[in-house]
Design a protein. Structure first.
Ligand code: AMP
Length: 557
């Protein structure tokens, strides 16, 4: 497949800088096809899936065409949902970061009309909106389209499925005659075709033809994970399957850097390769990897193409590639020379469609995997630990420690208690507040063992309020599970990861109370919650969580 750099697409230095900062190494196929045509002023019908990079394909020309000195709406992007409108707005903001005086505003239902009207009045040039709310603004005169030059219908098929056909026609009829139109859609149904015929002028149709390529004969798995928990999922898979080495592919330089940092912070020997790293350093990293100097290499496709290691135990798609060819190229590095290898893809939300697409274009089956639970990982670790204990007993290597154990036995513990406590500590377990029943007490309260993640986890006393003020940037969350139901503070971390999509490293201090527990979480997360309680879906059923500043008065004391 032909590769295109962004620099070859004739873009401004500001956009090239923004793209570089986002870590995009090369243009995706739809970007390489659509950007030059849109920049040239032609109408476009782009057939592309979500995840193909279509947002930047129209957002880059939209930004390039916007005149910052003109304080009037010049670009309108219609999106099917509020989520997509905000997502597209986010991407436009990032891409336009280096251009002064460009304002992009999302408008959608279910959020203050007045606030949006004010933002529009301040001179927004790019508007991203859902059809219903765009019509409201048009009818009330808060959105004027006299100076509009470019309209994009994003996910046109979905908008029609959602019943927006008449709204879309109304909006398109309100446009000035002299304008450029782009339709982006995964499919082009007869209804969309009619809209195109009526509203687009001699459009260029861009269909990204994918060549089919056969995948190597290895087992491929995908794991569906909540957004923002990919890193946890990766750690669990590596841990549970005891993978010792492999390559992890990401789509951007930024993700490569973040992931390599996160792996290193977990003590996992790893390094990185991407197009932003000087060639000499890349060669050093590669040689070190080949020599077994570290276990996991995190890389982009650009850097990955130069990797001449091909008998890997594991290849992970931390992000799915856009192109089936890249997918095959990535996973073809495992399991060669008769060795067993695994190819694993982590997918979130609508990425599942990409799996079907990859299956189709690689003529292979990608099986759905189930993430091991914390309990299963714990069990496996315990089994491995017990096996080591057995071997240690057989070899006699532990004899020198007997004198210390005898001390504990003399203090009144029995041998099962001592062994169980040692196993608990070795498993990274916490030391809970002393139990009420009689028994030996530790002389000094030992420092809790570091948890598996970076969160600081403790069991507090009988708190039915948070143990202290939240740290800056953090807030307390009240969770409707008391000490009886929880047992171990790690359960709370696991439930928040599972039910709220929080990465475990973002869950800080945990305090177990009699009626409820408290977890310190990022302020931005707590801010989004309803003060009257939120049902968090978990494998234990729905669990209610509240942001603490809005606890019912009587609970606050
Ligand atoms: P989209 O299909 O527009 O929803 O984009 C999917 C994701 O890919 C978004 O997170 C984009 O930021 C990212 N993306 C878009 N273009 C590129 C590119 N050329 N290289 C790497 N990532 C990209």
């Amino acid at each position: 497949m032909e590769r295109h750099t962004f620099a070859s697409l004739g873009l401004s230095p500001e956009i090239l800088k923004a793209v570089d900062k986002l870590g995009f190494e090369e243009a995706s196929p739809i970007q390489a096809a659509a950007i030059p045509v849109l920049m040239g002023g032609k109408d476009v019908v782009g057939q592309s899936q979500t995840g193909s990079g279509k947002t930047a394909a129209f957002a880059i020309p939209a930004i390039e065409k916007t005149d910052p000195a003109l304080h009037a709406v010049q670009v309108l992007v219609l999106c099917p949902t509020r989520e997509l409108a905000t997502q597209v707005a986010g991407e436009v903001h990032k891409l336009a970061a280096g251009k002064r005086g460009i304002h992009a505003v999302p408008v959608y239902g279910g959020s203050s009309f007045e606030r949006q009207a004010q933002e529009l009045k301040r001179g927004a040039q790019i508007v991203l909106g859902t059809p219903g709310r765009v019509i409201d603004h048009l009818e009330r005169g808060t959105l004027k389209l006299e100076r509009l030059r470019f309209i994009v219908l994003d996910e046109a098929d979905r908008m029609l499925d959602m019943g927006f056909r008449d709204d879309i026609k109304k909006i398109l009829d309100a446009m000035p005659a002299e304008k450029q139109t782009a339709f982006f859609s995964a499919t082009v149904s007869p209804t969309i075709r009619k809209l195109i015929d009526r509203y687009a002028r001699d459009p260029v149709t861009l269909q990204i033809d994918q060549k089919t390529v056969d995948a190597p004969d290895i087992t491929q798995w995908y794991y569906e994970v909540p957004p923002r928990t990919k890193f946890d999922a990766l750690l669990r898979i590596i841990d549970f399957q005891s993978y010792r080495s492999g390559i992890i592919f990401c789509n951007t330089q930024r993700t490569v850097d973040e992931l390599a940092d996160d792996l290193q912070a977990q003590g996992i020997p790893s390094d990185r390769l991407h197009g932003g790293i000087a060639q000499a350093q890349r060669t050093r990293v590669m040689n070190k990897f080949k020599a077994g100097g570290f276990d996991f290499l995190v890389a982009t496709d650009v850097a990955g193409r130069g990797i001449d290691v091909d008998d890997l135990e594991l290849v992970v798609n931390f992000d799915l590639p856009y192109d089936p060819e890249d997918y095959v190229h990535r996973i073809g590095r495992t399991g060669r020379a008769g060795k067993q290898g695994a190819a694993i893809s982590l997918v979130t939300g609508r990425d599942v469609h990409k799996i079907r697409y990859l299956e189709k274009f690689t003529h292979s089956a990608i099986r759905r995997g189930k993430l091991p639970t914390a309990g299963e990982i714990g069990e496996k670790r315990t089994d491995a630990l017990l096996e080591r204990v057995r071997q240690t007993i057989e070899s006699g290597s532990g004899q020198g420690q007997m004198i210390h154990i005898d001390r504990l036995l003399e203090e009144g513990s029995n041998s099962t208690e001592v062994a169980a406590a040692l196993l608990h500590i070795l498993n990274g377990g916490e030391v809970a507040a002393p139990a009420a029943q009689p028994g030996p007490k530790p002389k000094a309260s030992p420092k809790p063992a570091p948890s598996e993640d970076r969160g600081e986890v403790v069991a507090a006393g009988t708190a039915d309020e948070p143990p202290r003020k939240a740290k800056p940037g953090k807030a307390w969350l009240r969770i409707a599970l008391g000490r009886e139901a929880v047992k171990n503070p790690r359960d709370i971390v696991d439930l928040l990861v599972e039910g709220a999509g929080l990465p475990s490293r973002e869950v800080g201090f945990i305090a177990l109370g009699d009626e409820a527990s408290y977890a310190e979480v990022p302020f931005d997360f707590a801010k989004g919650l309803s003060p009257s309680g939120n049902a968090m879906p978990t494998s234990r059923g729905d669990i209610t969580i509240w942001p603490v500043s809005s606890l019912p008065k009587k609970k606050r004391r």
